[in-house]
Design a binder for this molecule. Structure first.
Ligand code: COA
Length: 162
């Protein structure tokens, strides 16, 4: 298996969006209620490139099987020293260490930030384990802060000081 983690290309955007939309449409791990359009996915990618927020992909034999990114945590400039982590691995490729590799590479590219933060739904044991394993610490749980698929959802914030 020839697995590489590399900088995401604009041509990766459709596959990145497909992996994201699977989570939106089939799980409570992502709290969007509606799939992200292709237009919005390109806008998301272009703004990351423009603002130098990293997006990386895991590629096996030139096929994208996962991605990770850093994004603005909140839209107030006082938070610019913090970045929010996203990491997604395609079904069928999970539990093989790819999430860990993506997060490790993202952190290598996060030198300008002081703090990384992950916002994780309480039922997402895989993501909680992944972030713990990579040195993130649970900070707090916001109970029933969101509503999706007919239930209130709690989220746990985990952070890692760089
Ligand atoms: C979370 C996710 C990215 C993990 O990716 P992955 O490639 O499976 O992760 P790894 O193989 O590197 O495993 C990392 C840790 O997670 C644990 N893990 C992975 N899948 C798991 C599962 N289904 N249940 C429990 N733990 C799991 C592993 O055991 C490992 O921890 P450990 O070795 O200390 O036991 C992947 O499950 C995923 O894409 N989930 C859907 C999208 C998502 O929830 N993204 C995060 C939003 S906050």
């Amino acid at each position: 298996m020839d697995l590489r983690i590399r900088t995401a290309l604009r041509t990766d955007v459709p596959k990145i969006n497909e992996i994201l939309n699977y989570a939106i449409e089939n799980t409570n791990y992502n709290l969007n209620l509606n799939a992200r359009s292709s237009e919005d996915a390109y806008a998301w990618f272009d703004s990351h490139v423009k603002e130098d927020y990293p997006v990386v992909t895991a590629v096996i034999d030139s096929q994208v099987v996962g991605w990770a990114s850093l994004s603005h945590f909140r839209a107030y400039s006082g938070y610019d020293t913090t970045a929010e982590v996203s990491v997604y691995v395609e079904r069928g490729f999970r539990h093989k260490g790819i999430g860990t590799m993506l997060l490790t590479e993202l952190e290598r590219r996060a030198k300008r930030f002081h703090m990384l933060i992950a916002v994780i739904t309480d039922n997402n044991t895989a993501s909680l384990s992944l972030h713990s394993r990579c040195g993130f610490i649970p900070v707090c749980t916001l109970r029933e802060i969101a509503f999706k698929n007919k239930e209130y959802i709690s989220i746990t914030l985990m952070n890692k000081k760089l």
